[in-house]
Design a protein around this ligand. Sequence first.
Ligand code: SF4
Length: 223
Amino acid sequence: MAPRDYTLEARRRRAPAKKRIEPIIERLAAEHPDAAIALSFASDVELLVAVMLSAQTTDANVNGVTERLFRKYHRPEDYLAVPIEQLEQDVYAAGFYRQKARSIQGSMRMLVEDYEGRVPRTISELVRLPGVARKTANVVASELGEAQGIVVDTHVRRLAQRLALTREQDPVKIERDLIKLVPRESWRLFPHLLIWHGRRVCDARRPACERCVVADLCPSSRA
Ligand code: SF4
């Protein structure tokens, strides 16, 4: 099924996106001071593994899995020291466990062989790791303080469309539009702001425009 087009909701006239973007960021940052990645991790390797496990499941579910997993596996070598069946069992509750276990072992092998056991910082290096696509690489690089793009998930896509920051449907093109608009120093924070605002206020089915701090800047406002 094609993803819903939220750009159709952006009908009201508002100032150009370039003029609205800074107040949008400021107000959302004030409204959601706790906006941050919801995955638990204590090291670069744990971050990479948690983000890899988060595909097609909730952050809360991943945190339940990694609470046990990270007590057992610390370094990349630890993931290579067990048979794949054991790792599959340890990540089973994250779903797609066969594929995820294979990707984690493959990535850990590459970290050991090519990166002295460390997680690389650039998107071009991160996407070389087995099972790491651009979105995962973007999240990891951003959290390591090296944002090289803007993460586009389902919330970011919906809010960017409703706020008329893009007319695109494809995440890669949406990211391209956002990169042109959002100041570089906000690339890491911006997706978290949209994600938290999407969860708390701008719901997919029932956006609560009457209590939205950017309603006067949003062409889709029903308030
Ligand atoms: S909740 Fe806010 S951002 Fe979402 S459609 Fe309504 S006014 Fe726009």
